[in-house]
Design a protein around this ligand. Structure first.
Ligand code: PPE
Length: 305
């Protein structure tokens, strides 16, 4: 259960948590057209709180809106300012921030013109997305029987509400089968992404991650590519098959919520020695240092509040 905070920003105002309600005719509730973001704020080593890559997340929210033809009725800097203010008002040193743009009550039917476009920003305390132990020891992943969206069926570069039904189906199936997370293949059968994370493999010291074609352009993925290259590692952005994953030395998932989560097993095949490898551990360590403001070089990724 999400732990209740004091306030939610709703259509330009901070209101008490309990009052952030919607009508059952809310268009997004019926048809799934809405866009959202997921952002983390960390309690830094110097005692301050910093939102990680706020500008990039808000830009992606507007990009999602652009693709889905949802004209967000606020300026980007108003949304950024509200993300900072909500943490102050809720007294949260560390939190997950969820901006959500949805079509409200008014119009029914598939042509959404005339629906009010509403925006909410919620913040709550969210620990390790795939569990503390998963973060430390690695998780078990199952290739899903559900395929990731075809690029002409869903707009995969957007965080559209309805896109996530596919993720939920895959997640339910994986958990039902006793795994922690689902891996989805693309429509050509190549490794695509997990239900809510991008994926990397490491083989002979080289990192590989699927190209942008049909994945969400993950902001954590982008960080990992930069951090790995700055560590002198080679990163290839090219497609690979599930058996290449089985044969990898290391596998890990990346996401705002999941952060850097090692994978120790894919479809019952042990990955490497079956525990997080040296590259994954190094990336994890640098990433957690960066988000907490310990590396001068990446200070421009942080918005201190
Ligand atoms: N792919 C998908 C499908 C996805 O949902 C996410 C984020 C990513 C990749 C990684 O993107 P980024 O966060 O920019 O590195 N998934 C969000 C979902 C969490 C949720 O359950 O809700 C997240 O990590 O915030």
């Amino acid at each position: 259960m999400v732990e209740k905070a004091k306030f939610i920003w709703f259509d330009g105002k901070f209101i008490p948590w309990e009052q952030a309600q919607v009508h059952v005719l809310t268009h997004t509730l019926h048809y799934g057209l809405g866009v959202f973001e997921g952002i983390r704020a960390y309690h830094c080593h110097d005692g301050r709180t910093a939102i990680f890559r706020l500008k990039e997340h808000i830009q992606r929210l507007y990009d999602s809106g652009h693709v889905m033809m949802i004209d967000i009725p606020f300026k980007k800097d108003e949304i950024e300012a509200a993300c900072c203010e909500i943490l102050r008002l809720n007294g949260q040193k560390e939190a997950y921030i969820r901006p959500l743009v949805f079509l409200g009550e008014g119009v029914m039917g598939l042509h959404p013109k005339g629906s009010p476009i509403q925006v909410a920003i919620i913040s709550w305390v969210w620990g390790a997305y795939l569990g503390d132990e998963g973060l430390r020891r690695g998780i078990r992943v199952k290739t899903s029987s559900f395929t990731r969206h075809h690029v002409n069926i869903a707009m995969t570069k957007t965080k559209t509400v309805g896109n996530y039904v596919n993720s939920i189906m895959a997640k339910l199936e994986a958990v039902h089968a006793g795994y922690d997370e689902a891996l989805l293949l693309d429509t050509a059968g190549y490794v695509c992404e997990a239900s809510g994370e991008n994926i990397f493999l490491v083989k002979d010291g080289i990192l590989k991650t699927p190209p942008m074609t049909s994945i969400l352009p993950g902001i954590t993925r982008d960080c990992v590519i930069t951090l790995a290259q700055d560590l002198g590692l080679t990163v290839k952005d090219e497609r690979f098959s599930r058996d290449e994953l089985y044969l990898a030395d290391e596998v890990f998932l990346t996401g705002t919520a999941a952060e850097i989560t090692p994978v120790r097993d894919v479809d019952g095949r042990k990955i490497g020695p079956g525990h997080p490898g040296p590259v994954t551990q190094q990336i994890q360590e640098v990433y957690f240092g960066v988000v907490k403001g310990q590396h001068e070089r990446y200070q421009n990724w942080l918005t201190y509040i």
